[in-house]
Ligand binder design. Sequence first.
Ligand code: G3H
Length: 487
Amino acid sequence: NGELLPWQGEVNDVFSPICIQTKNGLQRKRIGSYPVGTEKESMEALDAAVNAYDNGRGEWPTMSVADRIACVESFTQKMISQKEIVVRLIMWEIGKSISDSEKEFDRTVEYIYATIEALKDLDRDSSRFQIEQGIIAQIRRSPLGVVLCMGPFNYPLNETFTTLIPALIMGNTLLFKPPKHGTLLHYPLLDAFRTSFPKGVVNTIYGRGNKIVPELMKSGKINVLTLIGSSRVADELKKLHPKVNRLRAILGLDAKNAAIITRDADLDLAVSETVLGSLSFNGQRCTAIKIVYVHRSLAQEFLQKLSQKVGQLKYGMPWEKGVFLTPLPEPNKPGYLKECLDDAKEKGAKIINPHGGESLESFFYPAIVYPINSQMKLYREEQFGPVIPVIPFDDLEEPINYLIESSHGQQVSVFSNNESVISSLITPLVNQVSRVNINCQCQRGPDTFPFTGRKDSAEGTLSVFDALRSFSIRSLVATKETDQNKK
Ligand code: G3H
């Protein structure tokens, strides 16, 4: 509610994936702490957001579009002044390389300005038009109410702001819970929120998500849930809302994107794009390639080139020049990945590359696993880490059937130099996933493009225009023409 609360309660220590040598061995470095807010504080924050919205009569939802844009611009200027510290915190909290942390910051600022431009266009669209003889209409976009906004640890700034900013600029009021790994980096922005928006419009809450968020949902006062995270969590939270049919959900969820390497692919290109697609930010991207189908005739050559390329990737600390692979923020991730590898090995697969799957505390060396079959965890589970499962195929029906049977539907990459193969694949593939990449890796960008998924991979669409539409409702103001208003 526009105040930075003093905190004397429990705090949670934040440990960086970057380790230091201690007398007990290599350990994650403690870099700060955040308040473990309770249900009480988060319910107070909810009340602040509800009061600031005031059933659509509050200062923020009734403010002109131009004035709301001015507030967001003022916030963005203050955010830019905090760039250096925010970028360093992204690096320390989630182990993202300094250059990628900087890219994350810059693309977030670009997204905010693109959102502002898109809103100006939408607003210009609201000119008056005749809907029938004697009736003039005007489209208005109105806010939806209180938005609960939660972002993921892998893009704690960018993914959070690609929902938070459109929700805000459309006149909604917000509760914002930063991700557990990615909390500290939002601290330098708290004052910018406080001084750029009316009281109660942006409320940042801290605490254990599994304790405080269910209570917020049960209150029935959340009008929009926006979460970039797991499909299971999204399903559980939605069910808690007492009137789920009145809840709008804008969700970016699990994905198991496949690469399909056909018999006539340019193998060097397929290898370099597969490495980027599977291992950028250590595979911790919803858009990552998480399973590779390669035509059996190319499989051995592909594996040998892939293994060689992975061996050339620089592993190290996120501030080192040219580093590609860095430590993992989630403490339980190396253990989970090892379980996946053990399961695959027990069922007949091998780790192809030297040192694949070796780990030390937060370090996990990428593993290429072959041949994967449908009994293995890596066939269906979203590993979200540096493991490349590879499966040979004889007929293109096999990867297509995989996508049809999958509960996910975000993206696919196809590698082929044969135009007729490519064109025969496009329709079956776009009927399964929301983005088909030909001879290039899976990715979200540019952020202004529509970003969504089929099946359990998403609900709603994000892009600058789609997000503005998603966080608002279109109303029609129809006016009967009279001699008076004709003039
Ligand atoms: O994790 C999902 C991100 O939006 C991925 O974005 O494909 O640009 O890395 P990216």
